[in-house]
Ligand binder design. Structure first.
Ligand code: GDP
Length: 280
């Protein structure tokens, strides 16, 4: 539907309205949809087709997002925290990232700091065994900051390249969660100066606008430096990527494309836009 309407040759009012509706149905969000359509309505018809202008406007929103950090910076070990609401795909993303970095020849250590969910710790340990990567964990219900401290310490002692830390997605209140994250930051920084180097927010692409609002609300003050968009394979409403980029103004580092360990891809803005509205 969106692809068909987006291939519009003549931007008459009826088509523009249909386009706006199709964009909203694809979960682009009303604000972004209106802005994209207004852009077509306002700009004088030149040599470029309306489809090409729409494509460029979408890419502009995603520009910040295409600068994916495929390999970690010079800091060793490079400490990355993964945060997000429960079930968004954090633990799976930690395992996928570990597999990716190991395949690139980096040494990796994992921290199971989601001590509130015993299953998350077990899950990470299973992945760790499979990847032959060390997983630092404590007893269920233990202090997450202590796990982070020990994981960073292990990373430093073993001279690891990358430390990836899974965190809890739900505490009793938002204030508790934010206090816990602050404690985790402090623990990492105590062991390794400047750590954590990255904080990646994992979002579930299938939850659309609601999930986005929820995450935004929770993590506005968590020092997030990038996004991982999990479950993009299961989302019929891929347009949410545009509203995420626009609303959170953060680079999308990776997208999850399935439940398998290698189902993680760097975000490619051009390929994404072509997938959404087709090519000329
Ligand atoms: P957490 O609570 O944030 O740690 O979430 P999990 O990593 O446990 O993931 C929750 C569920 O989502 C699991 O069933 C995962 O297999 C699934 N999942 C995670 N990432 C993806 C993805 O990219 N695609 C699909 N289809 N499923 C995913």
């Amino acid at each position: 539907m969106l692809r068909r309407i987006a291939s519009l040759q003549r931007p008459d009012e009826e088509t523009l309205e249909a386009l706006e509706e199709a964009l909203i149905l694809a979960d682009v969000g009303p604000t972004v949809a209106l802005r994209l359509v207004e852009n077509l309505r306002r700009t004088p018809v030149g040599d470029e087709s309306p489809h090409e202008r729409l494509r460029k406007a979408m890419l502009e929103i995603l520009t910040r997002s295409s600068s994916a950090l495929s390999t970690p910076s010079e800091d060793r070990p490079h400490v990355v925290l993964l945060i997000g609401v429960n079930g968004s795909g954090k633990t799976t993303s930690v395992a996928k990232l570990a597999a990716r970095y190991v395949a690139q020849g980096h040494s990796v250590i994992l921290g199971a700091a989601d001590t509130f969910r015993a299953a998350a710790v077990e899950q990470l340990e299973v992945w760790g065994k499979r990847l032959n990567v060390e997983v630092i964990s404590h007893k269920p219900g233990g202090d997450p900051a202590a796990v982070v401290y020990d994981t960073c310490e292990a990373g430093r002692c073993r001279g690891a390249d990358i430390v990836l830390i899974d965190t809890a997605g739900r505490l009793h209140t938002k204030d508790n969660l934010m206090a816990e994250l602050a404690k985790i930051h402090k623990a990492a920084g105590k062991v390794i100066e400047g750590a954590p180097n990255e904080v990646w927010l994992v979002l579930d692409a299938t939850t659309g606008q609601n999930g986005l609002r929820q995450a935004e609300d929770f993590f506005r003050h968590a020092g997030v430096t990038g996004l991982i968009l999990a479950k993009l394979d299961g989302s019929a409403k891929g347009g949410v990527v545009l509203s995420i980029a626009e609303t959170l103004d953060l680079p999308i580092r990776f997208v999850g494309t399935g439940e398998e360990i290698d189902n993680l891809a760097l975000f490619d803005a051009e390929a994404y836009v072509n997938g959404l509205i087709g090519q000329d």
